[in-house]
Design a binder for this molecule. Sequence first.
Ligand code: ADP
Ligand code: MG
Length: 238
Amino acid sequence: MSAIEIEQLGKSFGAVEVLRDVNIEIASGEFVVLVGPSGCGKSTLLRIIAGLEEHTTGEIRIGGRVVDEMPAKSRDIAMVFQSYALYPHMSVADNMSFALRLAKVPREEIVSRVKMAAEILGLQDLLGRMPRQLSGGQRQRVAMGRAIVRAPSAFLFDEPLSNLDAKLRVKMRAEIKKLHQRLGRTSIYVTHDQTEAMTLADRIVVLNKGRIEQIGTPSELYENPANLFVAGFIGSPE
Ligand code: ADP
Ligand code: MG
């Protein structure tokens, strides 16, 4: 069974149609990268999957259940954003455990989940620090830690590395890959960076003006682009 199924999805804001006829089936544990130019609807699609935005037409099923009536909280999905706003007055550990404390997860369980996430992300020595004492890369790790501790069945990433400099981006890209290998969770990762897409993806979805141009493995897209748009997008330098 597919983990996430998106069928004939459409979205309009008033008279403006931003997504149309979007069909994607994502297998459990798959890492799918969504690429496309700015404004093509990537964030809107992720927000709809996360339950932060309603769709206009079509259907989304998560774990076989239609999500129309399913509130964001019960979708068992964690989202990592581009602007990783940490709570400035809370330590790293408190930032990571905040959602769990709200959900009344038992204390010992919180401690063990934060410990595991910190170990995966190399944050063990930084748990007592405040956000202002962290570098950009460390902050992005904490933002990922906040998602990991919730132990969701799927992760949605919306351009999580786009605020980092090029060198750090390459490093974090490798860490996200390791994270996926270790946790094996279904992931949808949005980027407009082709290199990031090619290195991370099991499959890439190329979106353009709200429609899917092609879905395929990185080598399928590279060797057999469906059209000039895909060829140009996948082939162009970073
Ligand atoms: P991307 O993430 O690919 O850059 P977005 O999903 O953010 O694109 O936006 C897709 C289109 O939808 C854009 O034209 C954007 O202006 C529009 N849009 C996004 N959110 C809203 C909104 N809340 N109200 C009106 N238009 C929106
Ligand atoms: Mg976006």
